[in-house]
Design a protein around this ligand. Sequence first.
Ligand code: AMP
Ligand code: ZN
Length: 458
Amino acid sequence: MGGTPELKLYNTLTREKSVFKPIDAENVRMYVCGPTVYDYAHIGNARPVIVFDVLFRLLRHVYGESHVTYARNITDVDDKINARALRDYPGLSLNAAIRAVTEKTEKQFLDDALALGSLEPTVQPRATDNIAEMIEIIERLIARGHAYQASGEVLFDTKSMADYGRLSKRNLDEQQAGARVAVDAHKKSPGDFVLWKLSDDNEPGWESPWGRGRPGWHIECSAMSGRYLGDVFDIHGGGLDLIFPHHENEIAQSRCAHGTTVMANVWMHNGFLQVEGRKMSKSEGNFVTIYELLHTETFAGRQWPGEVLRLAMLMTHYREPIDFSVKRLEEAERLLAKWPAAEPGDAKPDETVLNALADDLNTVAAVQALHALAQSGDPAVFAASAALLGVLPKKTEIDEAVAAEIDARVKARLELLKAKNFAEADKIRDTLAAEGIQLKDGKDPETGERVTTWEVKR
Ligand code: AMP
Ligand code: ZN
């Protein structure tokens, strides 16, 4: 770990920032809850994708690329998916319609994540490929006295776990007070949650010891994290809204099934994103998808490149709420335009950038340091540092037609110079410069004739 500072992370479980110590430095393991694939992902969903991608990059830098396992799941069984399948594909069988919805949405999510500059996680398990693992955990929970069957459901018995509620710091009595007793009459306690529920003929289902049914949402993540990362792993992440009930219930299931004192050592949660100061929702009319931002003119009448969206997101610390605004996007775009499009080569990232990221992912300070480096530092060091944030500016690519047109203007200028019409020749040079095209005059070593090359300046 030479030259790398200690990594400090804020842990929701302890409400403290502390030094990160992996269980096994040869295989650092992180799980992040992925999307439920029934519709386009919105720009709020992009936040955990980007934040935990920066952490993934940092961990790979510290422990080595092949020593980090990052699992991000795809939730492809959910009642919202069933409803969407029936609505959008009335002509198909239910299973075929569900597959059509989930395959399309999953592919769109992966495209969005790549366009936002994120690396592919090491594993991206789908819930429906892990039903057997879910059934196995539920069987264990029943055998150990932590789950029971009632009214066509298998439920987790929250009262059976002495320290249920540790992550969210809720206690069961508080939950009881707010519960709707009539709806939950079959539950032993109102906070008990579904592990498995029986399916009607017109609902998707899998055979199980309790009949044909489908899993609850929380059990999916316990099964997939256990399968790919083990009973206890290093880091578990997601948005703030997942602390309760989702993560609390994942913890209850995994710990009670495996008899462990923790599920993951560090729990990390990103803050929420708002649009122009207001909660983003369909009814507010300010709901914007990643796809719309990238490929349409829905937001402020123009498309926004993935690296601009990403940098705009990283200009706020991940635990703070973020206000997503045109002003913020334009600021990110202006910064990026000033940054060099260099290659990192063998260069090591800058210490100040690294120290900032190692301090609970202080991307705000990291972006500032990166900007200073862009002005005065070694371009290769800049590039190596920018790569840690995943915001490497792209070399501007010019399409052939535009290049041919520039060639023609450069040639016309050469003709003017030959004719000693310097005023008109300079006009062409200046117009090109204003468009960001810089000319370099030289001489052909053999013929002695003037030759001019050009390049795009950022
Ligand atoms: P969902 O598909 O709703 O389960 O959300 C997928 C991920 O996006 C979860 O980690 C959520 O916590 C996160 N998320 C959803 N909405 C927002 C938002 N407005 N701001 C930040 N994160 C969000
Ligand atoms: Zn989860």
